[in-house]
Design a protein around this ligand. Structure first.
Ligand code: C5P
Length: 289
């Protein structure tokens, strides 16, 4: 155990729309994000050196400034005026990488949250979210998690009532998808279908899981290059196993299904695990801050 231990939770997108391309080159989105209890474990140990480095169980994760957790430590020291200290950030990675589950973003957000507590700085949630935004679009949501409507690049957030608790089966095919690649091929004005976000919000407010599942829709599925066709096949498989609804999360490549029944979810997990190495049975989570 290090000086600080914190869990970093993954997210799924219950629905995802791309509204327009902004002058900055980024895209304005509208999405309902939901935390799940699949998480990375982060341990931070301070030392007498000047360097901030990351270590993990995945050999290919960056150890230096390319790792968002390292940048989060630097940003925290700058923003809080705390004298910088060297440290090693150990990350036990469970959340699949390049999967649309905010795996990197949630590590960065968890580091900000944990350092704020450890050094008793007293940044409020909104202040942490503004800091987090400097590190990436998904980070503000990851500061507090829960069920949240996110607009803009993801930083304009409206907290929603927690969605009905359910099991979430997540399945990632053996290829990653780059976020930049999918944003580069989407033309929001040419999209034929869009998610019914208002309907999704009503279903969440009413606590109607079937309504949530029925309205799950991700516009990136409509522009997936042919070589990613396995995404569609995973979705069909999840629906065949009894999922109430299934969708790709974020810009992929992970796909998830929602289940209201424990036994059905367990059976589906056992079946999918035989076909996909990166398969996880998780549960929805309420806000953790
Ligand atoms: O936020 P992240 O760094 O993961 O985004 C990777 C790339 O995806 C960005 O450089 C940008 O090209 C694209 N992107 C976008 N609009 C967003 C989020 C990401 O165009 N809202």
């Amino acid at each position: 155990m290090g000086d600080i231990s914190v869990k970093a939770y993954a997210k799924i997108n219950l629905c995802l729309d791309v509204v327009r391309k902004m002058d900055s080159g980024y895209h304005e989105i509208a999405t309902v994000m939901q935390s799940v209890d699949l998480c990375d474990d982060i341990d931070i140990t301070f030392n007498d050196q000047a360097s901030i480095t990351a270590e993990s169980n995945l050999y290919f994760l960056p150890k230096g400034d390319k790792n968002i957790a390292v940048r989060a430590v630097r940003l925290f020291f700058e923003a809080s005026g705390t004298p910088p200290r060297g440290c090693v950030i150990k990350i036990k990675k469970r959340i699949p990488v390049c999967a649309g589950m905010a795996g990197g973003s949630t590590d960065g957000a968890a580091v900000l949250r944990a350092l704020n507590d450890y050094f008793s700085i007293g940044f409020k949630q909104k202040e942490l979210e503004s800091l987090a935004e400097k590190l990436g679009s998904d980070l503000p949501f990851c500061v507090g998690g829960g069920t949240v409507l996110c607009k803009g690049r993801g930083e304009i957030m409206t907290e929603l009532k927690a969605m009905p608790r359910c099991r979430v089966l997540i399945c990632k095919p053996p290829f990653p998808i780059s976020t930049a690649e999918l944003f580069s091929v989407i033309d929001s004005s040419a999209l034929k279908h869009r998610p019914d976000i208002d309907g999704m919000l009503i279903s969440i407010e009413q606590g109607c899981l079937a309504g949530v599942a029925r309205r799950m829709y991700n516009v990136f599925e409509d522009v997936l290059p042919q070589r990613y066709s396995e995404i569609r096949s995973i979705k069909s498989k999840l629906l065949d196993t009894g999922a109430l609804g299934a969708s790709m999360t974020g810009t992929g490549s992970a796909v998830f299904g929602l289940y209201d029944d424990e036994e059905t979810a367990e059976k589906a997990f056992a079946l999918m695990k035989k076909q996909y190495d990166e398969c996880f049975l998780a549960e929805t989570m309420e806000k953790y801050v």
